[in-house]
Design a protein around this ligand. Structure first.
Ligand code: FAD
Length: 467
């Protein structure tokens, strides 16, 4: 049997469910990656960090294969055309890949499957992104959970050692030997229409292992330290989990070695990821509208000027501005900051969460539809098990609590760096003085707050009550 293994979100050979399954049923395997032009055409920035991350991670896979004299097949195009074409070219009997839960991917895979069926070629898709998918963890009445804690408890009850096993078939001997490229890939990013970007973390499996190694000394104190964003005490693994440069099973296996409170809380975070993937697959309407359908008519104000200022980090709220500037520069934002800026956009600026969700989708290196949607709907109080609408984050007190010395603000808002630890959180309270850079004077290049928090909070509550 000849098989194709179609790599999408699992850019690794180690512990790869589809590859393992293919090894079990095939004589030869052709590993394939398609740069999907439909997705690429939506990306405005031709130095997109995600495309570069994928490209570099693929290069690492290609280099590994080259040491065995083998090669990865890379094409650029529409996968619904390219996969059936390649399957015929390589006389494949079967195409293996892993399950995806986003609407676009589900439809794409359905098209591929139908076309392959007409050619008498099988399409086999297996679970890999999560430990438990869709309806595997359900309530007693077989309905999906919509509250995290009981879901987590049931998830933990159901989990068995075997669910975390490593897929470890020796794939090397199955991979095609000859250079079967009819159109060889140049391994230049320009061929894909993009150019290299600046990344703050290493790519590929090597990059993932580096992050795990750095997290060893932090995991036990994760529960106490995780919210203090200026110290970077979280794992930074989300990007690697997004692109599958590490398997979710490996992440859990790593955490299970530690018996601390920190490890327990970190495991809970991985289960939040599973929860949101389950929500997306069981309630696909969340992709375009509130989970709570009765909240579909919230009268958002959607002030365009406010939105612009939010995206640029020019709101006059230092913690919000620092976070947004950091996102724009690096494609990364700490979880606490994501909650602060999301709450600010929806409850202080009264802007539809979907505008913020879309902006994050353009910028985040770890962008993942299910977690991003879950996070935004949680913050906007429109989601399942969300923050109640009357609980509104106060940017000032969040800033004082989690960045008491203003370290993060100082780095991202240098025009405020001369202010002392108290004033840095509220520069509008200091006297504005053009000529002085005294520790108690403001700088006119930094904007005054565009809204008044207490007033907006009341407006937000009224807006929710009305809907
Ligand atoms: P750690 O704290 O080390 O956590 C370990 C892993 O658990 C993460 O890598 C991630 O896979 C998972 N995780 C942690 N928190 C959450 C969470 N709240 N929901 C789901 N999974 C979680 N995460 C994404 O991966 N992609 C997104 O696009 C995304 N968008 C978000 C948008 C908003 C508005 C909010 C509030 C959260 C969003 N998150 C998203 C969740 C969370 O912020 C990131 O997963 C986390 O900051 C990544 O950092 P880390 O890897 O150091 O996490």
């Amino acid at each position: 049997n000849n098989s194709i293994v179609w790599f999408r979100r699992e850019l690794r050979f180690v512990d790869n469910a589809a590859l393992d399954k293919a090894c079990l049923c095939s004589k030869t395997i052709v590993p394939v990656f398609i740069f999907d032009t439909k997705i690429l055409s939506t990306l405005v920035d031709k130095q997109d960090k995600r495309v570069y991350f994928i490209f570099e991670s693929l290069k690492e896979m290609e280099e590994e294969l080259k040491t065995y004299g083998k090669s990865l097949v890379v094409r650029i195009g529409d996968p619904t055309v390219e996969i059936p074409k390649l399957a015929q070219e390589f006389k494949a009997d079967c195409v293996f890949t892993s399950n995806d839960y986003e609407n676009y991917s589900i439809q794409r895979d359905y098209k591929v499957k139908t076309k392959l069926k007409d050619l008498n070629i099988q399409f086999i898709s297996v679970k890999d992104q999560v430990i438990f998918e869709g309806t595997e963890v359900v309530k007693q009445n077989n309905l999906p959970y919509v509250v995290y804690t009981p879901y987590k408890n049931e998830w933990l009850k159901k989990a068995h050692e075997n669910d975390f096993n490593c897929y470890s078939f020796d794939f090397k001997k199955f991979i095609n030997k000859e250079n079967i490229h009819t159109v060889p890939f140049s391994w230049k990013l320009t061929e894909v229409g993009f150019s290299p970007a600046t990344l703050w973390l290493a790519t590929g499996r090597k990059g993932a292992l580096e992050k795990i190694k750095q997290f060893i000394s932090k995991i036990n104190d994760y529960s106490e330290n995780r919210d203090y964003f200026s110290n970077n005490d979280t794992s930074n693994l989300s990007v690697h989990l997004r692109f599958g440069t590490i398997s979710i099973r490996e992440a859990f296996r790593f955490a299970f070695q530690y018996k601390s409170k920190g490890a327990e809380i970190w495991i809970n975070e991985l289960i939040w990821r599973e929860f949101y993937k389950m929500i997306l697959s069981e309630f696909p309407h969340v992709e375009s509208m509130p989970f709570k359908k009765d909240l579909k008519d919230i009268p958002w104000e959607n002030n365009e000027e406010f939105f612009e200022k939010w995206t640029k980090g020019q709101t006059g709220f230092p913690i919000v501005d620092a976070a947004m500037r950091h996102l724009n520069e690096t494609g990364w934002m700490h979880n606490r900051l994501r909650m602060i800026v999301a709450s600010f956009l929806t409850k202080d600026l009264l802007i539809d969460y979907r505008k913020g969700e879309q902006y994050f989708a353009e910028k985040l290196l770890d962008y993942d539809l299910s977690s991003n949607n879950g996070g935004w709907q949680w913050s906007a109080s429109t989601g399942c098990d969300a923050q109640p609408y009357f609980r509104v984050f106060n940017p000032e007190s969040q800033s004082l609590k989690f960045d008491p010395e203003g370290k993060f603000i100082r780095k991202l808002c240098p025009e405020l760096s001369h202010l002392d630890n108290k004033n840095i959180h509220t520069p509008y309270k200091v006297t504005w003085n053009l000529f002085s850079h005294h520790k108690n004077s403001g700088d006119l290049s930094y904007p005054k707050p565009i809204v008044e928090h207490d007033q907006q909070r009341l407006k937000a509550i009224a807006m929710f009550k009305k809907s």
